[in-house]
Design a protein around this ligand. Structure first.
Ligand code: SAM
Length: 309
């Protein structure tokens, strides 16, 4: 990689998605555990697909195909498609389609789990004169420098900064790509991610890097993930979506983290152990301070109200 300082957006794009980029050379599951790796999540997505009457489920940013593989058992007869820049996983069932661009039209359910946080953004910092300036970064070291002023109505609306030194990730690119994805859907679209609202933006942004399950220095050099929390209210506004915390969305879909009744252990020990496993997975998906705090941005383009309480 070149050492030339680049706008953060360009360095981020290259670090993750160029031929030698992080997501081209390794799978998400090698580095972190997501909803898609927890069995009970597929059950909830399957329930959402059934409520949407989906003939097709498209998983955008499908990673290693874990969610689609689990859905295959849950949704016989439903067409499953992974949209992913990385190559088709070895051993993926032949009847799961794998492609690198979204279909023109999706009749059914579109899911994007932890996809938006990896959509590169401009990163800005408020200078001593209260002017938002684009941040440049040296990909090899992560060292940053202030660039040109960054005029953005998105910042003024969604992430106003007040004190010199404050930083923000400009989420307009995410609003645009998710709006494009949702415009293809005849049914339900859901983006699921960690995020923040206008009233609680992190004052110094949320740019982070992870590799092998641990947080490391932020550096767009292709050896590590680069991610930032999603301004979920801005995205929801762009698509006319409804915002829900994951624990609320999953509860509406019937995910239950309560332990099975103890008498089941006596009546049917095997069923008890199975139910205990399901409750454990549900607990992980619903956890406060963990996956339960994630946001769901839900858009029913046909007005079905699939997640209405
Ligand atoms: C954090 S991973 C999430 C993977 C999976 N959804 C999960 O929850 O485990 C983000 C994935 O999105 C993929 N991705 C990013 N931008 C993409 C794009 N424009 N089209 C298709 N896939 C993309 C990356 O290659 C990466 O595998």
């Amino acid at each position: 990689m070149s050492d030339r300082p680049l706008p953060w957006h360009d360095a981020w794009e290259r670090a993750l998605y160029s031929e030698a980029g992080f997501f081209r050379t390794s799978r998400p599951a090698d580095h972190f555990r997501t909803n898609a790796h927890v069995g009970a999540f597929a059950g909830a997505v399957a329930e959402l697909a059934r409520r949407a009457g989906a003939a097709t489920v498209v998983d955008l940013g499908a990673g290693g195909g874990e969610l689609l593989t689990a859905l295959r058992a849950e949704l016989p007869g439903v067409r499953l498609t992974g949209v992913e820049l990385a190559h088709r996983p070895e051993g993926l069932a032949d009847d799961i389609e794998w492609r690198d661009t979204l279909p023109e039209r999706i009749d059914g359910l579109l899911v994007a789990n932890e996809w938006l946080d990896n959509v590169p953004c401009d990163v800005v910092e408020l200078d001593d004169h209260h002017v938002p300036r684009e941040l440049l970064v040296d990909p090899a070291t992560g060292e940053e420098a202030l660039g040109d002023p960054h005029g953005s109505s998105w910042l003024r609306t969604w992430w106003p900064m007040t004190e010199p030194g404050q930083r923000a990730e400009v989420g307009s690119a995410r609003d645009v790509v998710w709006a494009d994805a949702v415009s293809r859907v005849h049914g339900t679209a859901v983006a699921i991610d960690y995020g923040h609202l206008r009233g609680d933006r992190p004052p110094f942004g949320s740019l982070r890097s992870y590799v092998d399950g641990r947080e490391v220095d932020v550096r767009p050099d292709g050896t590590r993930d680069v991610t930032a929390h999603v301004a979920v209210d801005a995205v929801a506004h762009a698509v006319g979506g409804t915002l829900l915390r994951q624990r609320e969305a999953l509860t509406r879909l019937g995910v239950d983290g309560r332990r099975p009744p103890l008498d089941l252990a006596h009546r049917d020990p095997t069923a008890y152990v199975r139910a205990l496993g399901r409750a454990g997975e549900a607990g992980e998906l619903l956890a406060t301070g963990g996956l339960g705090d994630f946001w769901w941005i839900v858009t029913d383009t046909l007005g079905h109200g699939t997640l209405a309480p």
